[in-house]
Ligand binder design. Structure first.
Ligand SMILES: [Zn+2]
Length: 223
């Protein structure tokens, strides 16, 4: 069933629809809750994968590759950005509902691991293996703690596009904004602080050397 509703993002207002297997928020509060939740989860994935990259002896570029591998499955959530833009220009689309979680699969994981192997300058096999592991940690995080505000579990189609035999859900899955995710996020942040203090680097190294240095300086001064 498709239901029209409004989305407010800052000062912008878009009209659009969501149509996905039981996922049909009916008001702005629901959608704002979704967006808040989504803004937490990718952050945890990034911290988790960057911290994992520090468990092996690899260079800065290889840590960046592993970090990207850990967030790569969420590329399929691009519809959350595309749909409002398309509809703002008078079109119709539901890429969020159609695509979200389609790349949370073993097939895409193997593609990411292979790309990690090719892109790494050194320790190629190690980088590919850790990329494979952080990709699966991402799936595990989603499986245990990404239930939507409406109760939808976003099943993980592990063997897609070849089979729908192992579409994964967990009956005890908690909500994206549940306390468990807050605790996990807190533990990840503390761990990032400890690594920054000891090894003088942070997840910011993936995007900017200056931001990385500023963050490390701040940690060194504060603790
Ligand atoms: Zn995900």
């Amino acid at each position: 069933m498709t239901r029209p509703f409004s989305l407010c993002v800052s000062t912008l207002v878009f009209n659009f629809e969501i149509d996905h297997k039981g996922y049909s928020p009916t008001n702005n509060a629901h959608l704002r809750a979704n967006i808040r939740s989504l803004s937490i989860s990718p952050g945890s994935h990034i911290l988790m994968s960057w911290l994992s990259s520090n468990l092996v002896k690899v260079g800065q570029k290889e840590r960046a590759i592993i970090t990207v591998a850990g967030i790569a499955p969420d590329v399929d959530g691009i519809g959350l950005l595309l749909d409002p833009i398309i509809r703002a220009f008078g079109g119709t689309s539901n890429y969020w509902g159609q695509w979200h979680h389609t790349l949370h699969s073993f097939t895409f994981c193997m593609l990411i691991a292979a790309a990690s192997y090719v892109l790494a300058k050194a320790n190629k096999f190690t980088v590919a293996c850790v990329a494979f592991i952080v990709f699966h940690l991402h799936l595990l995080f989603d499986l245990v703690g990404s239930r939507g505000p409406d109760g939808y579990q976003w099943p993980i189609p592990y063997l897609e596009p070849f089979s729908d035999l192992y579409t994964l859900t967990w009956q005890h899955q908690w909500a994206l904004n549940a306390w468990q995710n807050v605790v996990i996020g807190f533990v990840l942040l503390i761990s990032v602080g400890l690594v920054a203090k000891r090894y003088h680097r942070s997840p910011f190294e993936v995007i900017s050397k200056r931001m990385d240095e500023a963050f490390v300086r701040m940690v060194q001064r504060t603790f």
